[in-house]
Design a protein around this ligand. Structure first.
Ligand code: FES
Length: 111
């Protein structure tokens, strides 16, 4: 239980960690940059981590995590992160691109 404590350093081995597993509670999300572009890491209620591009596939606004969904503020598109970021409501027609991630030693990293 105590083994996953974080320290002040914040240094990670490969520099590829997106977040500490313990920092992202189930049902919450954190933003990160993937290749300089906005992305979002979500800890699903079922315990799995998923990550997606946060750039709306409609016209490129940045989506935000809210109520277990990814919602775009520009024209109201909604995506379902538990289901491959499938479009729940438009105008977007394409799911957000997924970024494969996995948990290694308490850190969420790109797979
Ligand atoms: S840019 Fe996201 S709904 Fe239009």
């Amino acid at each position: 239980m105590m083994s996953g404590e974080t320290t002040m350093a914040g240094a990670t081995s490969g520099g590829s960690a997106i977040a500490q597993e313990s920092e992202v509670a189930p049902g919450s999300a954190v933003k990160f940059k993937d290749g300089g572009k906005d992305a979002v890491l979500i800890h699903l209620d079922d315990g799995n981590f998923v990550a997606y591009s946060a750039i709306c596939t409609h016209a490129g606004c940045t989506v935000a995590y809210k109520n277990a969904q990814l919602a775009c503020p520009c024209h109201g598109s909604v995506f379902d992160p538990a289901n491959g970021a499938e479009v729940v409501s438009g105008p977007a027609q394409t799911p957000l691109p997924e970024i494969p991630v996995e948990v290694q030693n308490g850190e969420v990293v790109k797979a």
